[in-house]
Write a protein that binds this ligand. Sequence first.
Ligand code: DUC
Ligand code: ZN
Ligand code: ZN
Ligand code: ZN
Length: 491
Amino acid sequence: TDYDLIIVNGVVVTDTDIAELDIAVKGEQIAKIVPKGQLKDAKAARTIDAEGGYVMPGGVDAHVHLQEPPLFGKGSTADNYETGSRSAVCGGTTTMVTFAPQKKSEDTLLDTLHATHAKAKDVCYIDYSFHLLVGNPSERALSEFKTLREEGISSLKIYMTYEALQLHDGQILDVLLEARKQQITTMVHAENGQVIDWMTAQLEKKKMFAPKYHGTSHPPMAETEATYRAICLSEFMDTPILIVHVSTPAAAAHIKSAQDRGLPIYAETCPQYLFLTKKDLDQPGFEGAKCVCSPPPRESEADCDDIWEGLANGTFTILSSDHCPFRYDDAEMGKKSSVSEQYPLGHFKYIPNGCPGIETRLSLTLGEDRLDLKKFVEVTSANPAKLYGLWPRKGGLIEGQSDADINIWYPPGKMQEYILTNDMLHHDVDYSPFEGRTLKQWPRYTVLRGQIVWDKENGGLLGKKGYGQFVKRDASSLAGPRKAGEWEIPL
Ligand code: DUC
Ligand code: ZN
Ligand code: ZN
Ligand code: ZN
């Protein structure tokens, strides 16, 4: 045979092109992409007829929390590396970047990295890398950035909120300076922690404890202010940042205006800010806890429309899941852990922050038919790969350069629409905040490094635990300082 796998009759969509092309895979890589029909004499071990469906690079989800301690309270996120990556592949995501969380009480980042490697080794269904979560930018931790780069890590995340992790502005400058020197991209959780604490105290005085007050305690202003502050610190240090999980139109406006000034400011949003609003937090009983994430779902559908618009106009570089799962019905470390003798109906401030979504990210977003197809591939696959130093191996379909990571979607009219229920999903979580929504698309086949790992109609999950590999990353091919080389701290 000439090839291991051939995909014919598809409409191939990448971040830059859309055309009727056939694809040939040899080993783990894309070997050839040619006009439709040109592979008809080639011999292959396996041929997939896409029947006119879209063929896209596999999804890259660059914001995933697995087997992590929560930001407060006890326990761990619900999914581990096995169940989280299993859920990912069943929804068309073939690469994930998760967090390696350093605690404030820890001095080193390298131990954190090695401990996280141990969690992921031999259990992942998809390829993976880690962002270092810097909880303590000690001198030792800062001195380790160089080694992180040598070990294939080119990004880290910092928090402007949460007592357990919040950095003050001087510490943020320390991180940005060292990140600049080592060509590391810094992700920022931009919410003003003191504003949130103050609002929480006001609500407690009035005995307002229901899940919906999680939203009240995280006002848009807290996000807008912190976003603008992060932009200012980044401009001062002349080094790129990515603002994670942006939910607020006013924050997006600051990001857009910084981008228009040529600053290396990148931004991420997530499906929860496209699909959920305050109404989802305000449900009978404790149900609203299912949609408690930070930042919270915002005021109205008009806000969601603005976030969609930000994806279309390029304000948002990437669309990630922020998969950060906690079980609903788990009194010890799930959403119900906020229920106690003192708070029989729960207290919003003890509800773990985060929602599952690694499996639904691609299908929900594509099914809405609101984004141009190339833009969809750009924000869900190509750009996360470029931003975090995985391109062109991941996120593209380039002959001889890209891994054969491919999603083949249902052709128009072929998939019966259905209502999403949690039992269709493959995570280790007892709910999805998106249950009840209509799904109009789902990957029909998913290929990872040449292997068919998902075949919706014939066996579903075919991939094997442990097939997923750690992928070393280079410096970002999108983000960089504006004045590389000649720059000095403005003293
Ligand atoms: N930030 C995240 O990135 N994920 C979940 C909760 C949070 O605050
Ligand atoms: Zn090491
Ligand atoms: Zn965050
Ligand atoms: Zn997150």
